[in-house]
Design a protein around this ligand. Structure first.
Ligand SMILES: *[C@@H]1O[C@H](CO)[C@@H](O)[C@H](O)[C@H]1NC(C)=O
Ligand SMILES: *[C@@H]1O[C@H](CO)[C@@H](O)[C@H](O)[C@H]1NC(C)=O
Length: 212
C-alpha cells in the first residue's frame, strides 16, 4: 500500500485505502489508552524485577485491582503491614470476564526473608481459585488462607498474579507450606499457562510501637 510521499490519491482504490487507514488510526487511538496502560503494567513489573523473579513476561489480557480498606494498590506503592493485615478486595476485569471463565489469584513475596538474600523465595501469602466470571475474588475458593505482609528486613515486594483457568481447581491440593513456593511451578502443575494480569506493592517492617 502506497501512503508515504504525500501525493494525493488518484484512483478510487487508493482513496479507499486512505479511508481504511484513517479509520484504522481512529479506532487505534480509541484503543490506545488501554494498550498504554497494559504496556505500562508490564514496564512497571519489569522495572521492579517482578518479571523475572516471580513470573515470565506475558501479554496482559485482564486487569487486576486490589484495595485494602480505602487504599488502592498501585504498582510500587508502599503499604504498611498494619494496613494490609486483612485480605484486600480484589477485582479482575478483562476480556471474557464473564460467562464460564474461572481465574486463579496468587499473592506471593519473592523477597523472603530479605531482598538481599531471598533464601525462602517465594513466601506464599494467598491463593484463591475458581474465581467466577463476575471476577470478584471474594467469590472464589480460598485454597490458601490470606496472610498479611510481615517483612522482617528490607523492602519486600508483594505480588498479585492472576491466571485464567481452563478447568476448575477446587479439588487441587494446597501447597504444604508457605516457604519456597514457586508461582511458575504451581501454574505449570495446574495447566494455568502464563499470567493474564499482575500487580505489586512494597511493604517494610514498621517500627515497633513503644509504650512508655
Ligand atoms: C518498590 O520496590 C521496587 C522494587 O524494589 C522499587 O523499584 C520501587 O522504587 C519501590 N517503590 C517505593 C515507593 O519504594
Ligand atoms: C490447560 O492449559 C494448559 C496450558 O495452557 C494445557 O497444558 C492443558 O492441557 C489445558 N487443559 C485442558 C483441560 O484444556
Amino acid at each position: 500500500m502506497r501512503i508515504a510521499g504525500g501525493t494525493a490519491p488518484s484512483t478510487t482504490a487508493e482513496r479507499l485505502s486512505v479511508v481504511v487507514l484513517v479509520s484504522a488510526f481512529a479506532s487505534l487511538s480509541l484503543l490506545l489508552p488501554v494498550a498504554t496502560s497494559r504496556r505500562s503494567q508490564l514496564d512497571a513489573l519489569v522495572a521492579a524485577r517482578v518479571i523475572p523473579d516471580v513470573i515470565d513476561a506475558f501479554s496482559p489480557a485482564a486487569e487486576v485491582s486490589a484495595r485494602y480498606g480505602r487504599r488502592d494498590v498501585v504498582d510500587g506503592c508502599d503499604i504498611k503491614p498494619s494496613e494490609s493485615a486483612s485480605r484486600p478486595a480484589v477485582w479482575i476485569r478483562g476480556r471474557g470476564c464473564s460467562g464460564d471463565n474461572l481465574y486463579t489469584l496468587i499473592m506471593t513475596d519473592p523477597d523472603a526473608p530479605s531482598p538481599s538474600n531471598p533464601s525462602e523465595r517465594e513466601w506464599l501469602h494467598w491463593i484463591v481459585v475458581d474465581i467466577p466470571g463476575e471476577c470478584n475474588a471474594a467469590k472464589g475458593k480460598e485454597l490458601v488462607p490470606y496472610m498479611g505482609p510481615e517483612p522482617p528486613i528490607g523492602i519486600h515486594r508483594y505480588v498479585f498474579v492472576v491466571f485464567k483457568q481452563n478447568k476448575t481447581l477446587g479439588e487441587v491440593r494446597p501447597p504444604l507450606g508457605r516457604g519456597h513456593f514457586k508461582t511458575r511451578g504451581f501454574a505449570a502443575q495446574n495447566g494455568l499457562g502464563l499470567p493474564v494480569a499482575a500487580l505489586y506493592f512494597n511493604a517494610t517492617k514498621e517500627p515497633a510501637i513503644r509504650i512508655y
